[in-house]
Design a protein around this ligand. Structure first.
Ligand code: ADP
Length: 354
């Protein structure tokens, strides 16, 4: 059964379309991440699910009930915001308990639920403190605690980690993932950060200009991006793109680049056409045996070396374009060096030129 079903959803602010016809079905227990660049409509979509924004067209069902005109507090959702939204004059216990008191939950039940949430989030020692006596990470835990105690059908997260510094963000990300494993609650999580999306999601919904560009498991989108936008959005550093001619003749499939370089492909459809050849920096190696599939040898003259500890990024020209490859640091000396590299050619993607 699906906990959230969205049908042909639109939102217009005056004449400006922010969400332009979205269909989405979120099964019970799934962690769905809505991701995309700034302005793609992800907050608007989340706020419509929460009931904080009116719907222009379409329907939203939560737990099988159409909620288009149901007040936010009656929607069986709990929401965690970017700015925590804690009550400054209430201590941590009261902040977490607030939603339960508002629903007239019995006192002993409140005690029990707050205690359990605090234990799960490792903030038991902070229950008497006021929000201003907490660090950013601790405040975010309290905000999450407030959502947990509600036993809501749907948890909504609106960029909950974007105000935290990098290290804390990594920590809280693991924490949220662990919480989802423990609670098994359906979660909808908005972020512009592709790493958060890749690490947290059971399913990524990638939005662009108010529409779903592609939805699927993180691996699906990473390995089989439907468009250049998807290919470029997920993964870091970005996928390399080289304009090419795709040819398929008696000897098999191949791509030819503008500088005359040709690479044989393990498979490919019929027909010749212009394409964009995409290959990720991670899909290169100096050792063909370390690649999972068929290796294609390329000669690389290193133009730029960016070490990052045990791994290093090199930039070199291929097919007339500067390409990035990620190698083991000990495999590369520096600029000017000429290397034989192997590309995991089966993991290259061919995308239609835009
Ligand atoms: P995201 O969360 O992906 O950054 P938003 O959902 O905030 O995107 O915004 C989507 C589009 O709707 C943007 O073009 C934005 O400028 C517009 N928008 C958002 N909120 C309002 C508003 N209250 N009034 C007018 N336009 C808005």
């Amino acid at each position: 059964m699906s906990d959230l079903k969205i049908t042909r959803l639109h939102k217009r602010y005056g004449l400006v379309p922010a969400v332009r016809g979205i269909d989405l079905d979120v099964p019970s227990g799934e962690f769905t991440v809505l991701v995309g660049p700034s302005g793609c409509g992800k907050s608007t979509l989340l706020r419509m699910i929460a009931g904080l924004e009116e719907i222009s067209e379409g329907t939203i069902e939560i737990g099988g009930r159409v909620v288009n005109h149901v007040r936010p507090r009656d929607r069986d959702i709990a929401m965690v915001f970017q700015n925590y939204a804690l009550y400054p004059y209430m201590n941590v216990f009261e902040n977490i308990a607030f939603g339960l008191r508002a629903r007239k939950t019995p006192q002993d039940e409140i005690q029990k639920r707050v205690k359990r949430a605090a234990e799960m989030l490792a903030i038991t020692g902070l229950l008497d403190r006021l929000p201003r006596q907490l660090s950013g990470g601790q405040r975010q835990r309290v905000a999450i605690g407030r959502a947990i105690v509600r036993n809501a059908k749907l948890f909504l997260f609106d960029e909950p980690l974007s105000n935290l510094d990098a290290q804390l963000r990594d920590e809280m990300r693991s924490e949220i993932k662990r919480l989802h494993q423990e609670l098994g609650t359906t979660m909808i999580y908005v972020t512009h950060d592709q790493i958060e999306a890749m690490t947290l999601a059971d399913r990524i919904v990638l939005l662009k200009d108010g529409l779903i560009e592609q939805a699927g498991t993180p691996l699906d989108l990473y390995e089989r991006p439907a468009t250049r936008f998807v290919a470029g959005f997920l993964g870091s550093p970005k996928m390399n793109f080289i304009p090419a001619d795709y040819v398929r003749d008696g000897s098999g499939a191949a791509v030819k680049f503008a500088d005359g370089t040709a690479l044989a492909l393990p498979r490919g459809p019929e027909g010749n056409r212009p394409v964009v050849f995409g290959i990720r920096p991670q899909h290169f190696s100096r050792d063909p045996g370390s690649l999972s599939g068929q290796a294609a040898r390329v000669r690389a003259t290193v133009e730029l070396l960016q070490p990052t500890g045990s791994r290093a990024f090199i930039t070199f020209p291929l097919g007339g374009k500067p390409i990035m490859a990620e190698l083991a640091s000990h495999d590369v000396q520096g600029p000017g060096e000429s290397l034989d590299l192997y590309m995991d050619i089966g993991r290259a993607v061919l995308i239609d030129p835009e």
